[in-house]
Design a protein around this ligand. Structure first.
Ligand SMILES: [Zn+2]
Ligand SMILES: [Zn+2]
Ligand SMILES: [Zn+2]
Length: 85
């Protein structure tokens, strides 16, 4: 039984993360929890623009891919990261 170079990763043992398409994550938009999406917060001295979201009501942030941890690559599932099959 001879081993051959893995055709999926070509012996690199790593492949582009299929979960994030090699992006390392994605930008997600979430409703601002501080102002509940209104863009304004009420303080003891009045209503002011929400500083957490700059009055936009939503917060955009880059969410790292949980599968590759933002590395954009994962162990090749075809050869289990050995590079050979
Ligand atoms: Zn806000
Ligand atoms: Zn990923
Ligand atoms: Zn492989």
């Amino acid at each position: 039984m001879s081993k051959t170079t893995c055709p999926k990763c070509h012996g690199n043992k790593k492949v582009q993360c299929p979960y994030c398409d090699g992006e390392g994550g994605k930008t997600v938009t979430e409703t601002c929890s501080k102002c509940s999406g209104s863009g304004w917060v009420t303080t003891s001295w009045g209503t002011i623009q929400c500083g957490a979201c700059d009055g936009k009501g939503v917060i955009e942030y880059f969410k790292k891919c949980v599968h590759c941890g933002g590395n954009k690559i994962v162990d090749c599932p075809y050869c289990m990261g050995t590079g050979e099959v």
